[in-house]
Design a binder for this molecule. Structure first.
Ligand SMILES: [Ca+2]
Ligand SMILES: [Ca+2]
Length: 404
């Protein structure tokens, strides 16, 4: 470990794990508590052994500079579960090894970087499905997502953004790829997962001068069906796609479900976060109870110069995703998107979303019809990409048309 990395670790105010002798010295070493993979304190692991306590317990995050890239290494409480080892039939017809080709399936790890360190500048909504926001002092410019099916998740995010409308002249792919990176170069070894991030997305200077939020969520184990279900349910006039999109996250369910994370008590947890990388003085449970997360920053370091502001369209679109549909969260004013952001994202008012009763039927106006048209287009795209069979496509298409 170099003096510099030690200094950075000490500045960050967290414990420094002993570096493995085989590893080069990390640029950044952050440790997280053991046994806190219960979110706000209420989460319980599923009944079936698809995931067990410790599996989603983030213990450390190291970042190494390698060949002009950054390599992130996350270490968990237990050995990372191999999709090939899951008992056949436990998860229905899904072939886990097919979708989790990168050697893990049970979790997502997101890293949000506030690079410019300017309060209020950047995204405050975390990505869809996480149900959390950042403190405005840690609004992010770059998000790195480690997820078992990165290609599909990127496509889902892109589709949901497009469905919400794109301003003329906006290059959706370039805008998305400048601010959100889905890791594809992934390696699993023992308790650790490592992945590389190109310097053009974020470099060492930006990382060390910024503030960082890392969250672990449970991964959805059957993805297409959930998303398509939401797609079709949306036809009765619910929230925009970006708000409904789980983006690979399985939100905790009441009680102790067979293969999903559950929760104790009657109130649903505010966020879907299972473990938060929390520095000293910023306890995980309090942050997750409020749904407003703070980053870890090294005091005294300078933010990287010349960080461009985030794309305003993407910011408005994602703002809808940071508000949650759960009653517990909707009761917290801080979690509700500002009216302007809601209008920009085209979502329903928070109180309508949060109600226990079914949402009021939508007026069949021009906007509604356009939304259905977009939905049909999305279905066709999924079929063309072989994510839907012809039979599934025809059935879903008929459902949308029948609801008109
Ligand atoms: Ca932990
Ligand atoms: Ca933690």
């Amino acid at each position: 470990m170099t003096i510099r990395s030690l200094a950075v670790a000490l500045l960050f105010g967290v414990a420094v794990p002993v570096a493995s002798l085989a590893q080069p010295a990390p640029l950044l070493s952050l440790a997280d508590a053991e046994g806190d993979d219960d979110g706000d304190g209420t989460l319980v692991y599923p009944r079936e052994p698809v995931a067990e306590p410790g599996d989603l317990d983030l213990r450390s995050l190291h970042v190494f500079a390698e060949r002009g890239e950054l390599r992130f290494e996350a270490t968990f409480g237990n050995a990372v579960r191999d999709p090939a080892q899951v008992k056949p039939g436990l998860l229905g017809n899904e072939d886990l090894s097919l979708f989790a080709r990168r050697g893990f399936y049970a979790f997502n790890l997101d890293i949000y970087l506030d690079v410019d360190r300017v309060a209020g500048s950047g995204h405050t909504a975390l990505l869809p499905g996480r149900r959390a926001r950042t403190d405005p002092a840690h609004a992010w410019e770059r998000a790195i997502v480690l997820t078992p099916r990165p290609e599909l998740m990127r496509r889902q995010l892109r589709d949901a953004l497009v469905e919400g409308g794109v301003p003329a002249g906006t290059d959706v792919d370039a805008t998305l790829d400048a601010e959100v990176f889905f890791a594809r170069d992934v390696r699993v070894r023992g308790r650790s997962v490592s992945f590389t991030v190109p310097a053009r997305f974020v470099d060492a200077k930006a990382l060390l001068g910024g503030s960082l939020i890392a969250v672990v969520t449970a991964a959805k184990l059957s993805i297409e069906s959930d998303w398509l279900g939401g797609l079709v349910r949306g036809g009765s006039g619910a929230e925009p796609a970006i708000v409904r999109l789980p983006l690979g996250v399985a939100a905790p369910e009441a009680g102790r479900p067979a293969i999903a994370m559950g929760y104790r008590g009657t109130a649903a947890p505010t966020t879907a976060v299972v473990d938060l990388l929390a520095g000293n003085g910023a306890p995980q449970r309090a942050q997750l109870a409020s749904g407003v997360l703070s980053g870890i920053a090294a005091p005294g370091t300078s933010p990287a110069p010349g960080v461009p502001a985030v794309n305003p369209w993407l910011k408005a679109a994602l703002a809808g995703a940071g508000a949650t549909a759960s009653p517990a969260a909707a009761a917290t004013p801080a979690l509700t998107a500002a009216p302007a952001a809601r209008a920009a994202a085209g979502s329903a008012p928070a109180d309508a979303r949060a109600g226990a009763s079914a949402p009021a039927p939508r007026v069949r106006d021009a906007a509604y019809l356009e939304e259905q048209e977009n939905r049909l287009r999305t279905l066709r795209r999924l079929r063309d990409a072989n994510l839907l069979t012809e039979e599934e496509y025809q059935r879903k298409r008929r459902e949308v048309i029948d609801a008109l």
